[in-house]
Design a protein around this ligand. Structure first.
Ligand code: FAD
Length: 583
């Protein structure tokens, strides 16, 4: 790695010294770290700020017992370095939080990224300066820093959401959100614990805490379809096969995928990137008896393979969805001893309407003597007191409250701090009017030289992190090669993207179960409804983004301010196929 990190000192209007970088990245999760890597490789000086005490983003914060992937480990890691893929061994088929946190730290050390990252540093505001074309960020400490480019890698599921229960501040016991779990594990021994929420996180934490505590009360609103993860240590033979062939096959598949950017026609759709694992038939072409046999066969497979390997229209077709939902309900009934309790746990929403949680012993936890279920649809939570949680039925006294109540997805972090763009307009003000209005999910008019770098905001699947960061870095290199110091998408380009974004959302979304979707913002009181994630696969986003680049970044306007430091850059050697050759 060529060292090109040159931090300049500049001074503000009052003459105080302010550090100046080519780029500032906010967030040191998997996205922010890769953005740092790309920009550093492009020859830019770059500083990354994260309020966390360690790197890893969600894998630093979500350290609750039971936290694990809900997608297969072998599809999660970065693909840009063959060497990295060969060196890293995943411990479990669905990597558990400690291992994933270790992975991100391993990457940071291997690529010498740590020295660019300043931890325990919350960014409290960021302001665009038209004169000189730069962003100034304000830190919680009162310090400031400046940069020509600003990347928000704040995460799509990073801003923890806690329902505003009256009286919560008066609670005398411990209370925390799963997404802000304390560094030191709480002592649950003999304690009365409440878990509020039974989504993906709730289903992971509940069986683990049940084993550790005196008594557990679970507050459930909308039952989901828990799918057994069947998690286990990775067989060394399987690990070898991943390294010998699977990683290369996935890399080739994803990098070479060339879907039609207009129709989005792309065989590589779905949660699992391996098309060979899917049954591409229309479920209706298969007789019902055979379908039921196939559901049973798939149920023997691990985790998400229980449903992603089934028909491509399993979730989108109303009839097939209802049939499969009933099949899963049958499995749940078989796991809960008390039939009346089983019915309370029974999901009635369409399968897949909410993210499908992977669990390990969730339903069996309710067979324990120390676990009680409170159905808040029947007895809503009214308030929190000094000693517990009051529902319409009475008080549940507890020592610890765990909020497994999810996130203000995609836009939450960006609305939480003032990003002030042209003429002082904040992103919050803009998005309150036009929710998540962007061009390519990545840039926004009135916010020059600013990138929103969050995987689901742009596209689904892990390699998206790499594509987004590479694309942003390439745009910066393009500007520097031409002496340009300001870029901003046009409103027309943004509006056209918005129409496309909504159009694909309508196409993939039957509308059923919408009221439960966190990606429609339904879990946050007052949040405007829009699909906040781009409802297309990664390769479709990439095809569209590179079509823009190939036309000289059509949809962007550029400018140059002679007083702005230009900085140098170089072509980025790590990207795409080069990485395949050199590792
Ligand atoms: C429990 C759980 C399981 C998941 N499982 C999977 C899975 O199996 N497969 C999958 O693909 N994805 C999974 N995800 C999604 C996961 O979020 C992404 O895979 C990925 O880790 C996101 O990385 P990121 O860098 O974009 O954001 P994050 O990891 O969220 O990082 C954002 C960072 O920004 C920092 N930050 C935010 N605001 C500020 C500020 N104002 N100042 C300073 N720092 C700030 C935060 O501290 C955080 O460290 C899971 C998420 C969770 C919560």
């Amino acid at each position: 790695v060529t060292e090109t990190l040159t931090v300049a000192q500049t001074s503000d209007e009052a003459g105080d010294a302010v550090e100046r970088f080519d780029a500032i990245v906010i967030g040191a999760g998997v996205s922010g770290l890769y953005q740092v890597y790309c920009l550093r490789e492009a020859g830019l000086s770059v500083r990354c700020f994260d309020e966390a005490g360690g790197i890893g983003g969600v894998w630093y914060w979500n350290r609750y017992p039971g936290c694990a992937f809900d997608g297969p480990s072998e599809l999660y890691g970065y693909t840009f370095s063959k060497e990295l893929q060969q060196e890293w061994d995943w411990k479990d088929y669905y990597s558990r939080q400690p291992d994933t946190e270790e992975y991100v730290n391993f990457v940071a050390d291997k690529f010498d990224l740590r020295r660019h990252v300043q931890l325990n540093t919350r960014v409290t505001a960021a302001t665009w300066h038209e004169e000189g074309h730069y962003w100034e960020v304000e830190l919680e400490s009162g310090e400031r820093a400046r940069a020509s480019f600003l990347v928000g890698a704040l995460g799509a599921v990073a801003l923890a959401f806690t329902p505003p229960y009256p009286g919560a501040e008066s609670f005398k016991g411990q209370q925390f959100h799963t997404g802000r779990w304390p560094r030191e594990d709480p002592d649950f021994t003999g304690k009365r614990v409440a878990v509020i929420g039974t989504g993906s996180t709730g289903m992971q934490v509940i069986p683990e805490v049940a084993k550790l505590c005196g008594h557990l009360t679970v507050f459930q609103r909308t039952p989901g379809y828990g799918i057994p993860a069947d998690n286990a240590p990775v067989d060394p033979e399987v690990q070898r096969e991943w390294k010998e062939s699977l990683y290369e096959a996935i890399r080739k598949e994803w990098r070479e995928a060339s879907p039609d950017p207009e129709t989005g026609n792309d065989p590589r759709s779905g949660h699992d990137a391996r098309p060979q694992m899917r049954d591409h038939r229309d479920g209706h072409d298969v007789p019902k008896e055979e379908r039921l046999v196939l559901y049973e066969e798939a149920w023997q497979r691990r985790g998400t393979a229980k449903f992603v390997t089934l028909f491509s229209n399993l979730i989108s077709d109303r009839e097939l969805n209802a049939e499969y939902a009933e099949f899963v309900r049958g499995k749940i009934r078989g796991r809960v001893d008390d039939p009346a309790l089983a019915e309370k746990l029974m999901p009635t929403i369409p399968f897949g309407a909410k993210r499908v949680p992977l669990e390990e012993g969730y339903y069996e936890a309710f067979n324990r003597d120390n676990v009680t279920l409170v159905d808040v649809r029947e007895t809503p939570v009214e308030r929190v007191t000094e000693t517990g949680i009051v529902t319409s039925e009475g008080e549940h006294e507890v020592d610890i409250i765990i909020y497994a109540t999810g996130y203000d997805t995609v836009t939450g972090g960006y609305m939480d701090i003032p990003f002030r763009g042209v003429d002082g307009l904040t992103l919050k003000e803009k998005w309150q009017e036009q929710p998540f209005s962007t061009f390519l999910g990545l840039t926004s008019a009135s916010f020059p030289n600013f990138f929103i770098c969050s995987p689901v905001a742009v596209c689904i699947h892990t390699p998206c992190v790499e594509w987004i960061c590479e694309w942003a870095a390439e745009l910066i290199v393009y500007m520097r090669e031409r002496g340009l110091t300001r870029m901003e998408p046009t409103q027309e380009a943004e509006d056209a993207w918005g129409r496309h974004h909504d159009d694909v959302a309508t196409r993939v979304n039957s509308g059923e179960g919408d009221e439960y979707s966190i990606f429609l913002g339904k879990n946050i009181p007052g949040k405007k409804t829009r699909r906040y994630s781009y409802a297309q696969t990664g390769p479709v986003w990439r095809a569209r983004a590179y079509a823009v680049a190939e036309k000289g970044y059509e949809g962007f306007v550029f400018d140059a301010d002679p007083s702005a430091p230009l900085g140098s850059s170089k072509p980025i050697p790590i990207l795409s196929e080069t990485a395949t050759d050199s590792g």
